[in-house]
Design a protein around this ligand. Structure first.
Ligand code: IVH
Length: 665
C-alpha cells in the first residue's frame, strides 16, 4: 500500500474499477461488498482532501449531482435507425437484395444480436477515458447525459488495453425486468407515475435531472457497435464485438455469426420463443452483415443501413380498459379477484383476463374497474396488470372484497396477518366443486372431465370425493353425452383411480399450501396418513420444502374433524393412504443430485419427469437454491426460477439434457 496520496488514489481507482467491471461486466465478483465500500470511502476521503487528484475516471465520479438542462451535443458520426422486417419472408427478400448489390458470387455472413428494448446511447472515449455520454436524440444531435451515464457501473470510465485516440461506443441502456418490477413496486407506494414497461423506466431513469436518482436504478448496458473512431480499424462486426469485450465493454453473450440467411431465419424464430428466458426485454433481433467492407459497399438509405435489419415481434406490454373485477372462490376458500379487460394483443396473443392478487395489492397499485391499465406478459403465461396507465383515472370506486361469499352467502373472513380473504364455509359449493374438478386431473380419471363434474354437481349426484366413488354406471348413462360404453369406461376409470399413489391423494385433498412437490415430500417422509395425522408442527416443518407456516397449515388441516372423517371415508372406499414403492427414495446413479423442474416438457408431464428422476435416486424439489444440481426448463419456464438459477449459477437444462440424464438420448 502506498502512503503517497497521489499514488494511493491511483491504486484505489484501479482496484475499484476492476472490482466494478468484475461485478457488472464479467459477472464474476472479486471483492466483498464491504471491502469495496471501505476502499471507496478511502478514495472519497483522499479526494476530499486533495481535490486536484480527482480524475475523470475516478469511481467516485459515478455518484453524480444535479443538472438543470441537458446540453445538446452532435454525434461525431450519426446514429441511424433500423428498417424492420416481421417475417422470415422479409428476411429472405432482404438477403436477395444484399446479394444482388454485392454480386451473387460473394459469400455473405451475418451476425445476429438480441435487439435490446432500452434506449440507445453514444459513449465518447478519448485516449480511453469516457468524456461524454449522450442519448441518441434525433440521430444527429443527442442530449449530454454524462453525469447519469457515469452512474451506470457496467460502463467503464476508462477502457482496458491500448486505447484508440477517439471512439464512439454505441449500446443500449436497459433496466432488467426484475429491476423494473421492483421499481414499480416502490413507486406504487408514492404519488409518482408507474412506468408502463422497462424501456420507459430506463429512459426516465437516464433523463433524471438528479443523477442520484439514476444511480439508485439498476441500469445496465449491452454494447453493440462503434461510431466514429480514430486509431483503430475493424474488419467485421463480430470482430468489433470481440474488441469491445476485450476493452472492458459489456457485449451480449448471445451474439452469433451465421453463414446463411436460412440459419438466420431459424435463429430468429427460435429467439421469439426464448425471449422470456432473459432478464431483460428484447423486442426482436438485429441481423447485420458481418463484413464491414460489405457494409460500406451496401451503404445507407435515409439513415437506415442497407446492411442491417431488425426482425421484430409484438410487444409484451399493452394498455387496455379494465372492465370489471370479478371474484372466484378457490378450492381452499380463498377469494381470488381477477380482471376482465377489453381484448388486447400482448406478445402475440389476445388477452382478456388477468389474475389479480388480493384487495390490498389492487388498491396499492391503484387499479379500479373502468381504468385504462397496463397489461404485461412476462415470464408467466398468465398476464398481469402492472398498474393504471397514466394519471387520468376513469374508475370511480376503490375495490372492495365482498363481505359475504358470492356462492354460499357465508360471511367472509380475513385472518390476522394474511392478505387473502376466505369463505370459512367448508361446505361452500365452490370449494367442493373445485376440489372435484381438480381431483379428476390429480387422480388421472379419463372420461370424467370438468364438464361432467359440473353436471353431476348440479344434479346433486356428486357433492364430495366419496360421492364420486359411489357413482354408478346407471346414474351416468342418464346424463347427456354418456352411453353404455362411455359410462362403463368412466366408471372403470374412477375405480382405477383408487389406486393412485398416496402423494397424489394428499395433493387432491386440497390441504392449503400443498402443491405436488410438497405432497410427495410429505408422503415419502411420513409414509402413512396415520403418522402424518399424529405429527406435530415441528415434525412437519422438518420435511423438505416446509417452513413453520406451511407446517402449521398441514397440522391444522388434519386437526379438523371433518377432514379426518373425509380421510376415513376415502380409506374405507379403498383409496391409498400409505406410500408405495414409488414414494420411497431410490438409490441410483443420480443419488445426491437435486433438480427443479419448470415449464412444460414435451415428452413428459412434470410428475412423470419427477418420478423418472427419483427412480434414479435424484431428489426433485420445488424451488431453486444453491443446493440445486440443475434446473430443468421446458417451454414457458417460470421467470423467477430461471433468474434465481442464473444468479446462483445453477446449470439450466433443456429437455434434451433431461433425456440424457434419464439415459434416453
Ligand atoms: S445496431 C444504424 N444493434 O435499435 C443503427 N441496434 O432502430 C444500428 N438496438 O435505438 C443499430 N439492440 O439502439 C443495433 N444489437 C443492436 C441493438 C440495437 C437494440 C436499438 C438501437 C436503436 C434501434 C435501431
Amino acid at each position: 500500500m502506498s502512503s503517497d496520496p497521489k499514488a494511493r488514489a491511483a491504486e484505489l481507482r484501479e482496484l475499484l474499477s476492476r472490482a466494478l467491471a468484475a461485478y457488472h461486466v464479467e459477472d464474476a465478483p472479486i471483492m466483498e461488498d464491504a471491502v469495496y465500500d471501505a476502499l471507496f470511502d478511502e478514495l472519497v476521503a483522499i479526494e476530499a482532501e486533495h481535490p486536484e487528484l480527482v480524475a475523470a475516471d475516478s469511481p467516485t465520479r459515478r455518484v453524480g449531482g444535479l443538472s438543470d438542462k441537458f446540453q445538446k451535443v452532435q454525434h461525431l458520426e450519426p446514429m441511424g435507425s433500423l428498417e424492420k422486417v416481421t417475417t422470415e419472408e422479409g428476411l429472405r427478400k432482404w438477403d436477395d437484395d444484399v446479394r444482388k448489390r454485392l454480386g451473387t458470387d460473394e459469400q455473405v455472413a451475418y451476425v445476429l444480436e438480441p435487439k435490446i428494448d432500452g434506449l440507445a446511447v453514444n459513449l465518447t472515449y478519448e485516449d480511453g477515458i469516457l468524456v461524454r455520454g449522450s442519448t441518441r436524440g434525433d440521430g444527429v444531435q443527442g442530449e449530454d447525459v454524462s453525469p447519469n451515464i457515469r452512474t451506470i457501473k457496467a460502463i467503464p470510465l476508462r477502457m482496458n488495453g491500448e486505447p484508440p485516440a477517439v471512439i464512439e461506443v454505441r449500446g443500449e441502456v436497459y433496466l432488467p425486468v426484475s429491476g423494473f418490477r421492483e421499481l414499480n413496486e416502490r413507486l406504487a407506494g408514492t404519488s409518482q407515475k408507474l412506468a408502463p414497461n422497462p424501456r420507459n423506466a430506463a429512459a426516465g431513469s437516464l433523463r433524471q435531472k438528479n443523477s442520484a436518482i439514476t444511480a439508485d436504478r439498476p441500469l445496465s448496458i449491452w454494447v453493440y457497435g462503434a461510431g466514429h473512431r480514430e486509431g483503430v480499424e475493424f474488419e467485421t462486426q463480430f470482430g468489433m464485438l470481440d474488441w469491445l469485450r476485450e476493452h472492458g465493454f459489456r457485449t451480449n453473450p448471445y451474439a452469433q455469426r451465421l453463414e446463411s440467411i436460412e440459419e438466420v431465419a431459424a435463429a430468429c424464430v427460435e429467439w421469439e420463443k426464448r425471449r422470456l428466458e432473459l432478464d431483460y426485454e428484447i423486442d426482436g433481433v438485429v441481423v447485420k452483415v458481418d463484413s464491414l467492407d460489405q457494409q460500406r459497399r451496401l451503404g445507407v438509405l435515409h439513415s437506415r443501413p442497407r446492411w442491417a435489419r431488425a426482425y421484430k415481434w409484438a410487444p409484451m406490454t399493452a394498455v387496455t380498459r379494465l372492465l370489471e373485477i370479478r371474484i372466484r372462490v378457490g378450492r381452499t376458500g380463498a377469494l381470488n379477484p381477477w380482471a376482465i379487460m377489453e381484448p388486447v394483443q400482448v406478445g402475440g396473443v389476445t388477452v382478456t383476463r388477468a389474475t389479480l392478487h388480493n384487495e390490498e395489492d389492487i388498491n396499492r397499485k391503484g387499479i379500479r374497474a373502468g381504468d385504462d391499465v397496463i397489461v404485461q406478459r412476462a415470464g408467466d403465461v398468465i398476464p398481469q396488470i402492472v398498474g393504471p396507465a397514466g394519471p387520468h383515472r376513469r374508475g370511480t370506486k376503490e375495490f372492495r372484497m365482498p363481505t359475504h361469499c358470492p356462492l354460499c352467502g357465508t360471511e367472509i373472513v380475513k385472518p390476522e396477518g394474511e392478505a387473502t380473504h376466505r369463505c370459512p364455509n367448508r361446505a361452500c359449493p365452490s370449494r367442493g366443486l373445485e376440489t372435484l374438478i381438480n381431483w379428476t386431473g390429480v387422480a388421472d380419471i379419463d372420461g370424467v372431465g370438468e364438464q361432467t363434474i359440473r353436471i353431476l354437481w348440479e344434479k346433486g349426484l356428486v357433492r364430495s370425493l366419496p360421492d364420486l366413488y359411489r357413482l354408478t354406471k346407471e346414474q351416468l348413462v342418464e346424463l347427456e353425452g354418456f352411453a353404455e360404453i362411455s359410462a362403463t369406461a368412466a366408471i372403470a376409470s374412477i375405480e382405477r383411480s383408487k389406486d393412485v399413489a398416496f402423494s397424489r391423494v394428499l395433493l387432491g385433498l386440497n390441504i392449503p399450501s400443498i402443491g405436488w412437490v410438497l405432497a410427495r415430500n410429505l408422503a415419502s417422509h411420513f409414509g402413512t396418513v396415520d403418522r402424518l395425522i399424529a405429527a406435530t408442527p415441528e415434525e412437519v416443518a422438518e420435511v423438505e420444502g416446509f417452513g413453520a407456516d406451511r407446517a402449521e397449515d398441514v397440522v391444522e388441516w388434519f386437526a379438523d374433524e371433518q377432514n379426518c372423517a373425509l380421510v376415513e371415508e376415502l380409506r374405507g372406499l379403498g383409496l391409498r393412504f400409505e406410500s408405495g414403492e414409488e414414494e420411497r427414495p431410490a438409490e441410483g446413479p443420480l443419488t445426491g443430485n437435486t433438480y427443479v423442474i419448470t415449464g412444460t416438457l414435451e415428452r413428459f408431464s412434470r410428475e412423470e419427469a419427477t418420478a423418472r428422476l427419483e427412480a434414479l435416486g435424484a431428489k426433485v424439489t420445488g424451488s431453486v437454491s444453491a443446493k440445486t444440481t440443475g434446473l430443468v426448463a421446458g417451454e414457458e419456464p417460470g421467470a423467477s426460477k430461471l433468474t434465481k438459477a442464473q444468479r446462483s449459477e445453477v446449470p439450466i437444462l433443456g429437455e434434451a439434457d433431461l433425456l440424457n440424464l434419464l439415459g434416453e438420448s
